[in-house]
Design a protein around this ligand. Structure first.
Ligand code: CP
Ligand code: NVA
Length: 304
């Protein structure tokens, strides 16, 4: 039976560790996998712009011996020119896998429901599982473990945070989240993450105080204040998030060797200052690089 990857919640801790393990193998021995998906084709249905997700999947597929096709908003217009169901049924007959970046998570679910080939979430309004998996790979590279590490997330309770929180809870990484009031991650996802954390022996904590969140943190993570599709809320969000910037002052409350992560694209001068993102603490380009290695592992596991 085909398997999709729509959210981290559907992966067991061992499946996550298996993806991380395969990612490390692929990263250390590219040549070994250069024919693994020979003759296979991947479609990339993107309703929103992308740099990392699109390029890493497209190039990753080629590096595995396969072929990838970008289907931007003007080509398919999923849900506009054609129903999601019809897109799924037709593309399943041409392709071996689909990566989709949608506005609505429900569209992704509908696509997966009718697709006969695996559907991978390349970001929706609710989740960004591929990013969270690459983040775990990056954290493991830097610390060698997930246990006893404390990650502080400062910013919006958005798609990136939902997946990161869930991934952290599943592998036993402690996470403390600081959002402005009204921007917390959804109650349902938080409760789910807390349930996973109880099993793995880690903690998921929420606060509205960025300084309290970064206290004793080994890693500080942030993302944009205004996600794609929320542009109309820009003025309000810029005001509501103004005390949630990662800057040199905030870093003084964290551990001395604390590292800084951001999924990118960054809005420099808003959620993060140049002085922080360009500093030695910043591992944002390692994160970005790991996207391609993790995407290859996901493709191998789902399409082979
Ligand atoms: N981090 C990430 O998914 O980047 P893109 O939006 O450029 O794909
Ligand atoms: N939260 C951001 C992440 C982009 C990779 C967005 O959805 O726009």
């Amino acid at each position: 039976m085909k398997k999709d990857l729509l959210s981290i919640a559907e992966l067991g801790p061992n499946e996550i560790l298996r993806i991380i393990d395969l990612t490390e193998k692929i990263k250390n021995n590219k040549a070994r996998y250069s024919d693994s998906l020979k003759g296979k084709s991947l479609g990339l249905i993107f309703q929103k712009p992308s740099n990392r997700t699109r390029v890493s999947f497209e190039v990753g597929m080629v590096q595995l011996g396969g072929h990838a096709m970008y289907l931007g908003p003007n080509e398919i217009d999923m849900g506009g020119r054609e129903s999601v169901k019809d897109v799924a049924c037709v593309l399943s007959r041409y392709l071996n896998g689909i990566v989709a970046r949608t506005y609505k998570h429900e569209d992704l679910k509908e696509l997966a429901k009718y697709s006969r080939v695996p559907v991978i979430n390349g970001l929706s309004d609710r989740a960004h599982p591929c990013q969270a998996l690459a983040d775990l790979v990056t954290i493991k590279e830097k610390f060698g473990t997930f246990k006893v590490i404390k990650l502080a997330y400062i910013g919006d309770g958005n798609n990136v945070l939902s997946s990161l929180m869930c991934a952290a809870a599943k592998v036993g990484l402690n996470i403390k989240i600081a959002t402005p009031k009204g921007y917390e991650p959804s109650k349902k996802m938080t409760e789910e993450a807390k349930k996973f954390a109880r099993k793995s022996g880690s903690k998921v904590e929420l606060t509205h105080d960025p300084k309290a969140a970064v206290k004793g943190a080994d890693i500080i993570y942030t993302d944009v204040w205004v996600s794609m599709g929320q542009e109309k809320e820009t003025a309000k969000r810029e005001k509501d998030f103004r005390h949630f910037q990662i800057n040199d002052r905030l870093l003084r409350s964290a551990n001395k060797g604390c590292l800084v992560m951001h999924c990118l694209p960054a809005h420099r001068g808003q959620e993060i200052t140049d002085s922080v993102i360009d500093s030695k603490r910043s591992i944002v380009y390692d994160q970005a690089e790991n996207r391609i290695h993790v995407e290859k592992a996901i493709l191998l596991l789902l399409l082979k």
